[in-house]
Design a protein around this ligand. Structure first.
Ligand code: ZN
Length: 455
């Protein structure tokens, strides 16, 4: 253990406030703001679609209304800056997840849909690959398919994000110095790895990996290298999950426990994948349930970093989505009560109704506020004549109107997104940076000689 690390631990032990780790790191780095301290471990968390308005809405939502102050989220004490997210795409300056993740993973601006390839379709090195080349253990933990755009851009090289089979193949076929690139792979996407043309789970097992596909198996398994797939495609939204499906925090904790056995340290990417999906659907209930799931994963990473003393935790978003507004229609009052009482997402409730459940009973079972007759009538009418999305929209409209939540688009939006960091190196992420700067800084913090070439 280095002297710096010892001092950090002593500092950490002497302080008990939640900001301990960043205060300690600040002390170590003060006076040499631009010096790069190299953390042993990096945990990089991406809230997909988590624009600043999602963090703000979540702060109102989880506030204890009995006190005069609005309580911090787990993220707030660690805010270091903001990043710009524009893509380098002739048709779009608003990024998609693929171009944004490529920028953050490889330091290269590229076109929407690209998975760690630049504008001329050549592969670009990622921070996960640089970490693996140094002998570190690596992991990808997500709630979407493990082959979805964000995780893919850290460990695959494919021209089009839609080609999730090619991404899955890359996870197995691409090697670094002959070794597999990913040690721990947790999320959804069984259909994409276990296929009629190729069974990648069996191939990984042949090479010494374990396979788990339920929460119980995840807990029982102790191996360092493991593939865990908990749904055919994306996991259910946090609030809709059954007991078999692990939370993002549980997967994160399990990954950290395995990866931290490596003497060379580790690089772990964690994605709260479905904040974005909820935003595309303009569903405030799903969005807030995903924010809670992501916040707990972030806290899990912070708890580990605080104890370890040599781990950089960085959390950010790839872009925002939906044009979410906290307050709408002229109301100066965002009221989270209806959202707080929801026990399932509108998607889930709509599905129950459309498979024959009684409208009023179902709404009453899953929404804790007393509904007006016109709200129930609107859902009933949509369910009778207009199908799933209209029924889903009618339920979402209840929450939007009650909470004064606004939406302007079903797509992504181009404003800057927040950056949070804790631990050694955190000050590198201060102020306004670009999404490509994240990769550039991570390469330097890793001490990796990254060759970022992009014409
Ligand atoms: Zn996204």
């Amino acid at each position: 253990m280095s002297l710096g690390k010892k001092l950090l631990l002593i500092n950490a032990a002497a302080l008990t406030c939640p900001g301990t780790i960043n205060l300690a790191a600040e002390t170590e780095e003060s006076g040499n703001f631009y010096t790069y301290t190299t953390p042993e471990n990096i945990i990089f968390l991406i809230g997909d679609g988590m624009g600043i308005e999602y963090v703000s809405a979540y702060r109102y939502l989880q506030d204890d209304a009995r006190t005069a102050i609005v309580d911090d989220t787990a993220f707030d004490p660690y805010l270091t800056g903001m990043q710009s997210t524009h893509a380098d795409d002739p048709e779009a300056n608003v990024t998609d997840s693929a171009a944004a993740a490529t920028a953050m993973a490889a330091g290269v601006k590229t076109y929407n849909s690209s998975i760690a390839v630049d504008n001329d379709r050549s592969a670009v090195q990622t921070v996960l690959e640089a970490a693996k080349a140094q002998g570190k253990a690596t992991g990808l933990v997500v709630t979407s398919e493990v082959t979805h755009a964000t995780p893919a851009a850290f460990a695959a090289h494919v021209a089009d994000r839609q080609n999730m089979r090619a991404i899955a193949d890359d996870y197995y076929d691409d090697r670094i110095d002959g070794a597999h690139k990913i040690d721990v792979l947790f999320g959804g996407g069984r259909d994409l790895l276990i296929r009629s043309d190729r069974n990648l789970v069996e191939e990984f097992q042949t090479d010494g990996y374990s396979y788990v596909d339920s929460r119980v198996e995840l807990r029982q398994n102790r191996d360092s290298r493991v593939v865990g797939l908990f749904a055919d495609r994306g996991l259910p939204y946090s609030i809709d999950r059954t007991n078999d499906v692990p939370s993002l925090a549980e997967m994160t904790e399990s990954a950290i426990e395995r990866l931290s056995r490596d003497d060379d340290g580790f690089f772990l990417l964690v994605e709260g994948s479905q904040i974005d999906w909820a935003g595309h659907d303009n569903d405030i209930v799903a969005a807030m349930s995903e924010m809670a799931d992501f916040e707990q994963a972030f806290q899990t990473a912070i708890d580990f970093a605080q104890e370890d003393g040599d781990t950089l935790v960085i959390a950010t978003a790839d872009h925002s989505v939906g044009g979410l507004s906290v307050g709408a229609d002229g109301y100066y009052d965002w009221d989270g009560d209806s959202v707080r009482t929801a026990r399932r997402t509108p998607d889930f409730i709509a599905r129950e109704i459309l498979t024959g459940a009684d409208v009023q009973e179902t709404l009453d079972a899953y929404i804790g506020i007393e509904l007006r007759s016109e709200e129930i009538a609107a859902v009933r009418k949509a369910a009778r004549t207009e199908g799933f999305s209209a029924t889903d929209d009618a339920i979402e409209a209840i929450f939007d109107a009650r909470s004064h939540t606004g939406w302007t688009t079903d797509g992504h939006t181009g404003e800057d997104v927040p950056v949070y960091a804790a631990g050694p190196g955190r000050t590198q992420f201060a102020g306004h940076i670009d999404n490509t700067d994240i990769a550039k800084k991570l390469f330097r913090l890793l001490g990796a000689d990254a060759d970022i070439t992009d014409e």
